[in-house]
Design a protein around this ligand. Structure first.
Ligand SMILES: Cc1ncc(COP(=O)(O)O)c(C=O)c1O
Length: 390
């Protein structure tokens, strides 16, 4: 055998199988078959194993099982980002002529996809208030096919009365989908509340280290086949490396979420008493308007919440506060170990609470909350020297 042929072969080490603690990482497009019989059965869709890279390599299948078990789902699939998980779910379950209801407090691109992409195919979208409950009945049309919820909304933090909505939806054969990224499967069980499909931006807490973009969709048995077929048709898949990093992140989800919750609660309580702060938008606080729903349906809270200020400030003045922070990174997304901060006026279709007001959004990471409060107090003391707009 010539050298260039030899180099194309994979040397056989002749060792017994190596069993590391974590599963072996497979990267690949082509997957070998042992025989022509196996290759043929793959072509006929009858092969029991993985047939190709887009057929979900083992790392991905392990991750899907792990998330599915956390969710108590019949079927879970992962996607290359949270927004792709959302858009592919909508594509799988709606068709031209359908009507959708979407909570007004959803992640902006979710609503944009409904309007700008699904709209092109004759799907109509209306919004309902972020704190909707049984009053959702008033928004239904004969062709309403799906209700999309995000509770709490990740910018304005209103909570929906999920069981009231799913009860009405089930009576009328309407599908309910929940973006459960904020609570994670640890703090809210969507299927127990009657939701049909649960979505996560895995990018956030499930992976947990700001080094992965990924999404997941989990369904009850009733809708598993529709999701599975649509997924296979589109040949979407998660990168093996991202699946590996997410599996690593999942192992510490319980520990991290406990810390995020405890620290965020401390920081939220301190901010509530600060003279410059108006409202603290964190469902575990009794002052949150849907605190009773949080208490009823959730068993914990994540590290993400918002605050409003007693007065509005010009962007330069607000910058004096945000730019001074040493422990809060300024940037989008959340759910990692690092504390983050953003500020802006959330876009809304319906009025709603804090309409037109600046919301400063904090993600409380895994640093010591006392250090975070020192940083925030210092920043707010600089803001105090600025002149408010009103
Ligand atoms: C609630 C929520 N859902 C979905 C997404 C989209 O996730 P990704 O960034 O993974 O596309 C985000 C992103 O910030 C989000 O906040």
């Amino acid at each position: 055998m010539k050298a260039r042929t030899r180099i194309m072969q994979t040397p056989d080490l002749g060792l017994p199988p190596t069993r590391t603690v974590n599963p072996e990482l497979h990267r690949g497009s082509t997957v070998y078959f042992d025989s022509y019989a196996d290759l043929r059965s793959a072509g006929l869709g009858e092969y029991g194993g993985v047939t190709y890279g887009t057929d979900r390599l083992p790392q991905q299948r392990i991750l899907e099982k792990a998330i599915g078990e956390l969710e108590g789902a019949a079927l879970t699939r992962v996607f290359p980002s949270g927004i792709s998980a959302i858009s592919e779910t909508l594509l799988a379950f709606v068709q031209g002529g359908d009507h959708l209801l979407v909570c007004d407090n959803v992640y902006g691109p979710t609503l944009r996809f409904c309007r700008e992409v699904l709209g092109k195919f004759g799907v109509q979208t209306d919004t309902v208030p972020g704190n909707a409950g049984a009053d959702i009945a008033g928004y239904l049309r004969p062709n309403t096919r799906l209700i999309f919820l995000e509770s709490p909304g990740s910018n304005t933090f209103e909570i929906q009365d999920i069981p009231a909505i799913t009860g009405i939806a089930r009576e009328r054969g309407i599908l309910t989908v929940l973006d459960n990224t904020w609570a994670t499967p640890l703090f809210l069980d969507p299927f127990a509340l009657g939701v049909d499909i649960s979505i996560h931006s895995v990018t956030k807490y499930l992976s947990g280290h700001s080094d992965v973009l990924m999404g997941s969709v989990s369904t009850t048995a009733e809708h598993a086949q529709t999701l599975d077929k649509a997924y296979a048709c589109r040949e979407i898949y998660g990168s093996p490396d991202d699946c590996m990093l997410t599996l690593r992140g999942l192992k510490t989800l319980h520990v991290r979420m406990r810390e995020h919750f405890a620290s965020a609660l401390k920081v939220a309580q301190c901010l509530q008493d600060h003279p410059l702060v108006g409202d603290v938008l964190y469902p575990p606080l009794p002052s949150h308007p849907e605190h009773h729903l949080w208490k009823r349906d959730f068993s914990g809270a994540s590290g993400l919440f918002g605050i409003t200020l007693r007065h509005e400030y010009a962007p330069e003045a607000l910058g004096a506060f945000l730019d001074s922070l040493g422990l809060f990174g300024m940037g989008f997304s959340w759910g990692g170990y690092k504390s983050l901060i953003t500020a802006g006026v959330p876009a809304r279709n319906l009025g709603g609470r804090h309409h037109g007001q600046t919301i400063i959004r904090l993600h409380i990471g895994l640093e010591d909350p006392e250090d975070l409060m020192v940083d925030l107090r210092h920043g707010l003391s600089l803001l105090e020297k600025q002149t408010p707009l009103e």
